[in-house]
Design a protein around this ligand. Structure first.
Ligand code: ADP
Ligand code: MG
Ligand code: MG
Length: 252
């Protein structure tokens, strides 16, 4: 589904990603962990197609297409979802209308007709029940005055509505409390199916108590330096990242 080969990326001439290799198959959940500043958010941003990053080498294939050639809208149309694409507050735009536009953009890209009011409402009801989201939240302006937990709930709801093939979640928020962790975990676990995949960027071993990934990768200094099963998170929790840093000093 997603195949990253030798990906290098820079920002303002500064090299950040230095040869990322990663394969994600349908049905899999991959977690990316690693010390601060190692390039986790950069990787997510490059996959999202954010413009401030320059890919200097390597390739990314998504559903057989060259992802790097696609605009962010085309990426969404292909079934890529990035939670942090929409953290902005938009006064006057209700969350419902925002999501309706997003859903219909994706349908248009796929050559499908826009959902009419009845069909959209039906989908909304189904996904509201699934993600346990409140109607009043959806009628408020997008993200305006949302608490951390409400923002997370909203992201998870968007994800459920868009039914992406691959969801990339960058959980950078250091204020992710236990409530928000549960909201994200429930959303991801409900999305999980044999056809969908998730790439979860996280600083928190704790999140992985709720979402059990198939593979964990450690990103350090722009490269994936270690991959392993879910137990790797426990090892990292216990030992911290120092042993990885030490190992690299020793090898350098
Ligand atoms: P992580 O998410 O793993 O904490 P990031 O991808 O955010 O790491 O950052 C990787 C490195 O790139 C850091 O050294 C950071 O300072 C640098 N960086 C990220 N964004 C920018 C930017 N807009 N301008 C300059 N440097 C940046
Ligand atoms: Mg960071
Ligand atoms: Mg980050």
């Amino acid at each position: 589904m997603l195949s990253i080969h030798n990906l290098h990326a820079s920002i303002d001439e500064k090299r950040i990603l230095k040869g990322i290799n990663l394969e994600i198959k349908p049905g899999e959940v991959h977690a990316i962990m690693g010390p601060n500043g190692s390039g986790k958010s950069t990787l997510a941003s490059v996959l999202a197609g954010r413009e401030d990053y320059t890919v200097t080498d390597g390739s990314v294939t998504f559903n057989g297409k060259d992802l790097l050639e696609l605009s962010p809208e085309e990426r969404a149309g292909e079934g890529l979802f990035l939670a942090f694409q929409y953290p902005v507050e938009i006064p006057g735009l209700s969350t419902t209308n925002f999501i309706k536009t997003a859903v219909n953009e994706v349908r248009k890209y796929r050559g499908e007709e826009a959902l009419d009011a009845v069909a959209f409402l039906k989908l909304m009801k189904e996904k509201m029940a699934m993600t346990n989201i409140d109607q009043t939240l959806l009628s408020r302006s997008l993200n305006e005055g949302f608490s951390g937990g409400e923002k997370k709930r909203n992201e998870v709801f968007q994800m459920a509505m868009l039914q992406p093939k691959l969801a990339i979640l960058d959980e950078t928020d250091s204020g992710l409390d236990i409530d928000a962790i549960r909201i994200v975990a429930n959303g991801v676990n409900k999305l999980r199916s044999k056809d969908n995949a998730v790439l979860l960027v996280t600083h928190y071993q704790r999140l992985l108590d709720y979402i059990v990934p198939d593979v964990i990768h450690v990103l350090y200094n722009g490269q994936i330096v270690k991959s392993g099963p879910k137990e790797l998170a426990l090892e990292l929790e216990e030992r911290g990242y120092d042993f990885i840093k030490e190992q690299f000093k020793a090898e350098a």
